[in-house]
Design a protein. Sequence first.
Length: 198
Amino acid sequence: MTDINHDFSLIGAAILLVCVYVVLFLGSFSPMHCRLIVALVGLLSILMAYTAGFGILYYLGAESTGVHQLMPFLLVGIGADDMFVLCNSIDQTNLNHSTSERIVSALGHSGPAITITSLTNALAFAFGSTTSLPALKSFCMFASVCIVMLYLLVNTMFLAVVVWDTRRVEKRWGECCGLCGILCKEDTILCCKGKLLA
């Protein structure tokens, strides 16, 4: 039992490290481009996908086992990948274009990639749920539903915040209502003296 608790505490630490990585590197070390709010909403989307997927299947009478505690790690990995792909596509668009043009261009590049990977993952786990092993069958079923929920939340809630953030950058507003500009000016040591700016 101690080994199992130790393993799950390591998984929790790994999830925390991925979350910190997302918050730090989804944008850049700049008050204008740090994307703190976007990263936090992205992590909230992952949490909501987890709770929605489990809620739907519990409502339908499905049962979970101890291995289901690995699900947050799986969802954080897939969700972080989707967030980075989408934000990287926006970063590669022309800053002089309007928000709508930048979003359309970014979705033209990142949308198919996110859709194909999410669909592939969901189908792989859906096929895995046809196994005769009860624990594996249940895990695959929960994973498939959670991945579908994550895809829907990334393309609705997270994307809406990305659009808001792109408009904020277009208007030259600072992140967090300008608080990042006060707390972290671009030439301070917190922003690495401006060496890591986009």
